[in-house]
Write a protein that binds this ligand. Structure first.
Ligand code: ADP
Ligand code: ZN
Ligand code: ZN
Length: 653
C-alpha cells in the first residue's frame, strides 16, 4: 500500500500545516476530516509533504470531503501573506475564511446568483467620470492602485457600475467591498440596476446557506460580481479582474477579533498577487492612502463636482455656550429641523452615543454609578430599563435610591439616541422619528426595514449614530444636525482628528444630495478649534495636508508604522511584568525601533481584566523583523497573562 504525506491546515495555534498520512494523493484546496487530539475536525489540504522524520506520531486522514478543491492556490497565497504579516496562524485564518457550513464539513451546495437588470444609466457621464473609467480600464490585467477621490454624491458609485460593465465584457469578475452591512443593500440595488450579468452578496447578516451559495458562485466563476463586507475579501474568484473598495478610510475594514487584518490593505495585496487594478474610493481618504496618492504610488482620480451642479451643503457652527441646547437641540437646530419638515424634507440628527443618557447622577451628593467590571460609567437605557456598560456588556437594574446618601433625586444627565428620539417626538409630533443605532438594528434586515421610509422620501426625522453617516443616498434629506461635535475632537487617539473630520464630512455629505441645498449645523463648545476652521472649508486635501504635517512632527503613521501589543490578566502586576519582558527583548535586539510603554491601556480595567500596552514604532520591515524575533504571537501567554498583537492598529484601545 503506497503511503502519501499530506500538508493539512487545521484551526489552532499552529504556524504551518500539520502532516497527515493518506493512501492517495489529495489536491491542495480540498477539505478533509482529520483527527486532532481527541477530536475529529475539518482541515484543508495544502499539497504533498516531505516524509516526516518521526513516523510514529503521524495520524491518517479520516476522509476526503470534496471531489475538487474549494479554495485555489491564489487563495492560499493570500492567506499565507496575511498570516505572515499579522503573525496569525494560517489554519485559523484559512478555515475562518470559509462560510460556516463549509467550515463544518457540509457538502458544497449549488451556486445561486441574482441576475442584473441591465438598464443603462439615465444620464450621461461627466468627463471626470469618463476619465476615471478609462484610466482604470487601461490597466486591466496589471497591478495598479487607484484612489477615486470625490465628495459624497460626486458619482463614484456610477464609476463602479461602468467599470463592472467593462470587466464583464472582458469575461472577468469584480469584487466590491463595502464597509458595513447597512450599506450593502443600497449598493446592491444600485449596481444590480445597470448590471448585465450575475451578482451575489456576502456578509454576516445573511443566512449561512445563502452565504455558502454566494461563496460557491464566486469560486466557480458563476457570479460576475461579488458585493460584500470585510470577510468577503477571502472569497476565491478564479477570473478576478478588478477589486473595488468603497469608503476605503472606514475602520470597519479592520478586523477587531481574531486575526486583526485590514481588508483594505489585504485587498491591495490580493490585487498585486493577481496582477489586476484596484480602486479605493472615498471622499475623505485615510491619511495612509492619501499620502500614497501624493507620492504618486497610487494614481489619483478626482471627481470634482456633484453631477447636475448640486452645490455643497452649507455648514454652520452653533456655539452651545450661548445657544444652550434644550432637550439636546439648540434653538438654531430646532428651527432648521422645523424648516425642513415644514418644506416636506427630511432631517438627520446625529449623535454618536446610543442609549438614553450617558450618566445617571444623584443630584444631592453627586454620586454616579460605575461599572463593576470596568473603569467606565454604564449608560442608562430605557428600552429596557437598565444601566448598561458598553465596554463589557454588563447590565444592571437602574437604581432609584442613591446608595451613598439615600436620596431619591437621581437624574439622567446628557443625551443618547434613545432620549433624543423621545424629545424629538414631543417637539415634532406630526412626523415619524426613526432611530437607527445598534439597538434598533440588531435583528437581521432591521436596518433596511427601518430606513425604507427614508429612501421612499416620506417626511421624517432620523436620529442615529455613525451607522447613518455613511454612503446613504437619501433624496429628501436636506438638513443635518451634529449634536455633539466636541465628543469627536477631544479623543485621545492620534487619529481622533482624522476620524472626526471623516465622520463630519460623511454625515454632512448626507445633506442636500438632490434638490434643496443641504444645510449642516454643528453644535460645539469649542467653535474656535483650529480644526473646525480647516474642516469648514470643505477642502479635504487642505485638511489632509495639515493633518499629515502634524503626524510627521510626532512621527505617527503614516510617517512610521506601528504595532500594538496588549496584555491582560486579572491583576495589574503580571501584566506589566510580562510587557516589560517583551520590551527588554526588543531593546536587546538593538534596532532603531522605538518602544513606548509598558503603559496602562486607555481603559485599564475592562471586563474584569487589567490591560496594559506596548507600542512599537518604526519602519514596516523592521517591525516585522522585531515581531518575528519576539514571537510566536498567536495564542501567546505568559502564566495567566494573555497577549494580543495588532499590526497597523486602527486605534490604540
Ligand atoms: P457617490 O458614490 O460619489 O456618493 P453616487 O454615484 O451615489 O455618488 O452619485 C450621486 C447621485 O448622482 C446618484 O443619485 C446618481 O444617480 C447621480 N449621478 C451619478 N452620476 C451622474 C451623472 N453623470 N449625471 C447625473 N447624475 C449622476
Ligand atoms: Zn446621593
Ligand atoms: Zn463594564
Amino acid at each position: 500500500m503506497s503511503r502519501f504525506f499530506i500538508n493539512v491546515f487545521v484551526p489552532g495555534p499552529f504556524f504551518g500545516p500539520l502532516i497527515y498520512a493518506s493512501d492517495a494523493l489529495i489536491s491542495a484546496g480540498v477539505r478533509v476530516k482529520v483527527p486532532l487530539g481527541s477530536r475529529e475536525i475539518v482541515g484543508i489540504c495544502a499539497g504533498e509533504a516531505n516524509q516526516p522524520e518521526t513516523l510514529e506520531t503521524i495520524k491518517s486522514i479520516i476522509s476526503v470531503i470534496d471531489d475538487e478543491p474549494i479554495v485555489s492556490p491564489q487563495h492560499l497565497s493570500l492567506v499565507d501573506f496575511a498570516s505572515d504579516y499579522y503573525l496569525a496562524p494560517p489554519g485559523d485564518l484559512l478555515l475562518s475564511s470559509l462560510p460556516t457550513t463549509l467550515r463544518k464539513g457540509k457538502p458544497i451546495p449549488k451556486p445561486t446568483t441574482e441576475t442584473g437588470h441591465n438598464k443603462p444609466p439615465a444620464y450621461s457621464l461627466t468627463s471626470d467620470q469618463q476619465h476615471a473609467i478609462e484610466a482604470v480600464d487601461q490597466t486591466a490585467n496589471q497591478f495598479q492602485c487607484f484612489l477615486l477621490q470625490g465628495v459624497t454624491g460626486s458619482g463614484k458609485t456610477q464609476v463602479f457600475s461602468a467599470l463592472i460593465h467593462r470587466m464583464i465584457k472582458r469575461g472577468q469578475q469584480v469584487l466590491l467591498l463595502v464597509p458595513e452591512i447597512g450599506l450593502v443593500g443600497q449598493m446592491v440595488s444600485r449596481i444590480r440596476n445597470q448590471l448585465d450579468g450575475e451578482l451575489c452578496v456576502s456578509h454576516s447578516g445573511i443566512a449561512n446557506g445563502a452565504r455558502t451559495k454566494a461563496f460557491v458562485a464566486s469560486a466557480r466563476g458563476v457570479a460576475d460580481v461579488l458585493i460584500g463586507t470585510r470577510s468577503a475579501l477571502f472569497t476565491p474568484m478564479p477570473n478576478l479582474g478588478l477589486i473595488l473598495v468603497d469608503e476605503e478610510h472606514d475602520g470597519a475594514y479592520k478586523n477587531q477579533e481574531g486575526c486583526r487584518y485590514s481588508a483594505r490593505d489585504l485587498a491591495i495585496v490580493r490585487a498585486k498577487q493577481t496582477n489586476i487594478p484596484i480602486v479605493l474610493s472615498s471622499a475623505t481618504p485615510s491619511l495612509e492612502t492619501w499620502q500614497q496618492a501624493e507620492l504618486g504610488k497610487y494614481q489619483r482620480l478626482c471627481l470634482l463636482d456633484r453631477p447636475g451642479q448640486q452645490p455643497q451643503p452649507t455648514i454652520r457652527l452653533i456655539d452651545v455656550r450661548y445657544d444652550k441646547p434644550k432637550d439636546g437641540l439648540s434653538e438654531a437646530a430646532q428651527r432648521a429641523v422645523r424648516y425642513a419638515i415644514d418644506h416636506g424634507q427630511q432631517a438627520l440628527v446625529f449623535l454618536n452615543r446610543r442609549g438614553y443618557s450617558p450618566i445617571l447622577m444623584c443630584t444631592d451628593c453627586g454620586w454616579i454609578p460605575g461599572c463593576k467590571y470596568c473603569d467606565a460609567k454604564p449608560t442608562l437605557h430605557r428600552q429596557p430599563d437598565s444601566l448598561w456598560c458598553h465596554h463589557c456588556d454588563h447590565r444592571q437594574r437602574p437604581v432609584s435610591i442613591c446608595p451613598e446618601c439615600a436620596g431619591h433625586n437621581l437624574l439622567a444627565v446628557g443625551h443618547g439616541t434613545e432620549r433624543l428620539e423621545e424629545t424629538l417626538a414631543k417637539s415634532f409630533p406630526e412626523v415619524p422619528i426613526i432611530r437607527v443605532d445598534r439597538d434598533t438594528t440588531a435583528r437581521r434586515r432591521a436596518f433596511d426595514q427601518l430606513i425604507q421610509p427614508v429612501i421612499d422620501g416620506q417626511p421624517c426625522i432620523l436620529v442615529g449614530t455613525q451607522m447613518l453617516a455613511k454612503g446613504h443616498d437619501f433624496q429628501k434629506l436636506s438638513t443635518v444636525v451634529i449634536t455633539d461635535a466636541d465628543q469627536g475632537l477631544s479623543g485621545a487617539d492620534f487619529r481622533s482628528v482624522e476620524h472626526f473630520a471623516q465622520l463630519l464630512t460623511q454625515v454632512a455629505g448626507r445633506a442636500g444630495r438632490h434638490g434643496a441645498t443641504g444645510q449642516v449645523l454643528i453644535q460645539t463648545h469649542r467653535p474656535d478649534s483650529e480644526w473646525f476652521d480647516k474642516i469648514l472649508r470643505q477642502d479635504y486635501d487642505h485638511l489632509a495636508k495639515a493633518m499629515l504635517l502634524e503626524r510627521q512632527q510626532f512621527n505617527w503613521p503614516p510617517e512610521s508604522h506601528i504595532a500594538l501589543v496588549t496584555a491582560r490578566a486579572s491583576s495589574p502586576t503580571p501584566v506589566f511584568e510580562a510587557l516589560e519582558e517583551i520590551a527588554d527583548q526588543i531593546h536587546a535586539l538593538d534596532s532603531p525601533i522605538r518602544v513606548l510603554g509598558p503603559a496602562p491601556a486607555p481603559m485599564e480595567r475592562r471586563n474584569r481584566q487589567y490591560h496594559g500596552q506596548l507600542l512599537i514604532l518604526g519602519k514596516r520591515s523592521l517591525i516585522q523583523w522585531v515581531l518575528k524575533e519576539t514571537g510566536p504571537w498567536a495564542y501567546k501567554k505568559r502564566g495567566k497573562v494573555m497577549f494580543q498583537l495588532d499590526v497597523d492598529p486602527w486605534d490604540l484601545w
